[in-house]
Design a protein around this ligand. Structure first.
Ligand code: FAD
Length: 694
């Protein structure tokens, strides 16, 4: 029996970004004893880094805006692959969530007549992003934390205990969701500072762990974003969807190398920044795809006129959705028209005065001055695509945020799939966190309240022992057959350094499953990933359990490898280009693929839905035999082929040795009243004739 610290709560929220905090507030307000766990310091999450703003159709800057327009923009941005019900709930509820933040103390920038100011962003028809300069995420988190403190003060006044009903466990990493049969029973993890192991028993767990960017070499993401929640869900038996769709933000810093990938907010373009190549050409006019031609300006004159008079001018092409701009920049650089350090030029200095730039974009001004010695009030920035956001994630019920197939598991925020389809619009993440964070907290609380103590699931000791052994394995990794001290002994395999493995993984994903993808390259990536998976079992760390980053990384590697395999499998399977998935060998968007969701599941699940040891920790022999793509559907079948839609909900093929299996599932048909919000001509670009005539 493993010695672990043990606590019991009604609801456990894993992640303290916007989604996690909003979920925790809701669960606590519904009377549930709630724990929030976060990997880093409380307050340090990607949400805090969000710059541009929260998208909500409040109509403050343009009275024509409403939820229907926001819904349309979101579906167009996601190329109609979004789960329409999530997009509907999001568009309808986002304004209430922003108002609510204000009542909790958020101080948004104001219009001249005192309303919440809203700014332009790519893909949004009207100025829609409520913001606080370019530090909106900071204000959002500050406000949610303040709300948590106020709830704790209420609890103290009533019970004498600040943390009796709502407690934050910071710098703790969850490594397993525990189960009792098919139901959630709690979480297992370790305290980063002390290395102590802990269990929190709880019937409801909300995953709110954010993104996966650290699997890629060039990324805007910080160290925590290793796909933990995605992997935790998968390992608990929940499916992931849309994993092929990764957003490469068009504008990351490209120079100096130490800061490559750091985000340059889209607000720079929203506030008038233009993109030019090395020839000084404003190249985006050459990259407006047919589906967007009617909505975007055809000339510089028309685009420039839009800033002063949006009613009679069309939008500048710099404000196309992110996937379009990222691909355009990639093409310019590839064609030899890039900037000296392999990006393009983004210039706001010709549009706004230095004072205005410092007022509207203070963080950007500071970031470039400090990190690159560039004064953006006087000179252009050099920018290029960076891995930014994961559209794919846990397959959830749209209304309740419940993970499909695992009672008691919920997911919200970036870790959940479906809402953004194949591409997220800027600003739609912060609103997503609030809308679905609240829903996850609400339905997790309802679920937990429906289970009185005697009926609650409980994790068995054996499962806890297994989780502990897995967590401690890097201190005695399987070096060949001979254990950690065997070195090259045993079967002859050497121990591995987790940092080396991580670098190799990042290189593979960057080079072979990056912004532009090709079938044979992804086959190679899967082969590499299979090898890395075997090698990662031999990752050995030195030292002890007190704050040991090598150990932490060795554990994170399991998650990154699982998630990367999902990405590569799904990207290889989808033989079209759509949103954040671009195939050089299948360049067009194919209407028959729109109605397909690719679903990743753990291969070799046992009857209760747990991953088997063989599936989560494949043997070297098994992996070597598996080769790439053994778990994916037959390539020969097109989207409507026999192996695809006809077998709609069953696996099209499974591999025993790969970690992940892949199947196709048809999308739910879009509700007719929502389809009526679009012109038939536009729908024809996305939906098949049968879908339209159904
Ligand atoms: P996060 O805020 O990412 O929080 C995840 C939490 O999970 C953290 O507390 C982390 O410590 C914890 N965690 C992770 N793994 C574990 C584990 N194993 N155990 C315990 N805890 C764990 N979106 C917008 O809408 N507008 C913007 O302007 C915008 N700007 C952005 C700028 C940058 C630089 C970045 C990186 C992103 C930006 N985004 C923006 C995207 C948006 O910020 C994120 O998608 C969003 O904040 C994700 O929120 P979340 O609550 O899902 O997770």
């Amino acid at each position: 029996m493993t010695n672990v610290e043990r606590h019991a709560y009604d609801v456990v929220v894993v992640g303290a970004g916007g989604a996690g905090l909003r979920a925790a507030i809701e669960a606590r307000e519904r009377g549930m004893r709630t724990a929030v766990i976060c990997k880093s310091l409380f307050g340090k999450a990607h949400t805090v880094m969000a710059e541009g703003g929260i998208a909500a159709s409040m109509g403050n800057a343009n009275g024509h805006d409403n939820w229907q327009v926001h819904f349309r923009d979101t579906m167009r941005g996601g190329k109609f692959l979004n789960h329409w019900r999530m997009a509907e709930l999001h568009a309808k509820e986002a304004p209430d969530r922003v108002w609510e933040l204000e009542t909790w103390g958020a101080l948004f920038d104001r219009t001249k007549d005192g309303r919440i100011s809203q700014r332009n962003f790519g893909g949004h028809e009207y100025p829609r992003l409520a913001h606080v300069g370019d530090r909106t995420g900071l204000e959002l988190i500050r406000t949610l934390q303040q709300k948590i403190v106020s709830l704790q003060q209420e609890d103290h006044a009533e019970t004498g205990d600040y943390e009796g009903r709502l407690k934050v466990f910071q710098e703790c990493t969850v490594t397993r969701v525990l189960k009792d049969g098919d139901r959630v029973a709690g979480v297992f993890g370790y305290v980063r500072e002390s290395g102590r192991l802990f269990v929190i028993d709880a019937p409801a767990v909300v995953l709110a762990t954010g993104g996966i960017g650290k699997s890629f070499k060039v990324t805007s993401n910080s160290w925590e974003y290793t796909g933990d929640g995605h992997a935790l869900a998968l390992l608990a038996g929940a499916p992931l969807i849309n994993m092929e769709f990764i957003q490469f933000h068009p504008t990351g810093m490209v120079w100096p190398p130490s800061v490559k990938g750091i985000l340059v907010t889209e607000s720079v373009r929203g506030d008038g920044g233009v993109l030019r190549n090395s020839e000084g050409k404003r190249f985006m006019f050459g990259y407006v795809p047919d589906v967007f031609k009617e909505k975007y300006a055809q000339s510089e004159e028309e685009a420039d006129g839009w800033y002063a008079d949006p009613e009679t001018h069309r939008r500048p092409p710099e404000l196309l959705p992110r996937d379009e701009v990222a691909r355009a920049i990639n093409s310019e650089v590839k064609a030899g028209r890039g900037s000296p350090h392999g990006g393009v030029f983004l210039d706001v200095s010709t549009r706004l005065s230095p004072e205005e730039i410092k007022r509207r974009l203070p963080s950007m001004h500071h970031q470039f001055k400090e990190l690159a010695d560039v004064d953006i009030t006087a000179e252009p920035m050099e920018v290029g695509p960076t891995c930014h956001y994961m559209m794919g994630g846990v397959d959830v019920e749209p209304d309740t945020a419940a993970a499909r197939g695992v009672p008691g598991l919920f997911a919200a925020g970036e870790v959940a799939g479906g809402m953004h389809g194949s591409n997220r619009l800027g600003g739609n993440s912060l609103s997503d966190l609030l809308v679905f964070g609240r829903r996850a907290g609400l339905f997790a609380a309802e679920y937990a309240a429906g289970l009185p103590a005697p009926e609650r699931p409980a994790a068995g000791e054996e499962q806890i022992d297994e989780a502990a052994a897995e967590a401690l394995r890097p201190f005695g990794a399987e070096a060949g057959d001979g254990g950690p001290d065997a070195g090259d002994g045993g079967s002859g395999a050497a121990v591995e350094n987790p940092y080396t493995l991580h670098q190799e993984l990042q290189q593979v994903m960057n080079d072979l499953v990056g912004i532009i993808r090709r079938g044979p390259e992804m086959e190679r990536a899967l082969q590499h990933l299979a090898e890395l998976r075997v090698r990662s079992r031999r990752a050995l760390v030195e030292g002890h359990r007190q704050f040991n980053p090598g150990w932490h990384l060795a554990l994170d590697l399991r998650n990154m490898l699982l998630v990367s395999e999902c990405v590569a499998l799904a990207a290889l399977e989808r033989t079209e280009s759509r949103g954040g998935h671009t195939r050089d060998d299948h360049p067009g968007m194919d209407r028959t693929w729109r109605k397909v969701n690719l679903v990743c599941e753990l291969a070799g699940k046992d009857e209760a839905g747990h991953g088997t040891a063989a599936a989560t920790a494949p043997t070297a022999a098994g992996d070597a035999a598996a080769g790439p793509g053994t778990a994916r559907a037959e390539d020969a079948a097109g989207p409507d082929g026999a192996a695809g839609m006809s077998g709609a909900s069953g696996p099209v093929s499974t591999g025993t040795a790969a970690s992940v299996s892949l199947r196709r599932r048809p999308m739910d048909p879009i509700r007719p009243d929502l389809l009526d919000l679009f012109e038939r001509d536009e729908l024809l670009k996305y939906l098949t004739d049968e879908e339209l005539d159904a």
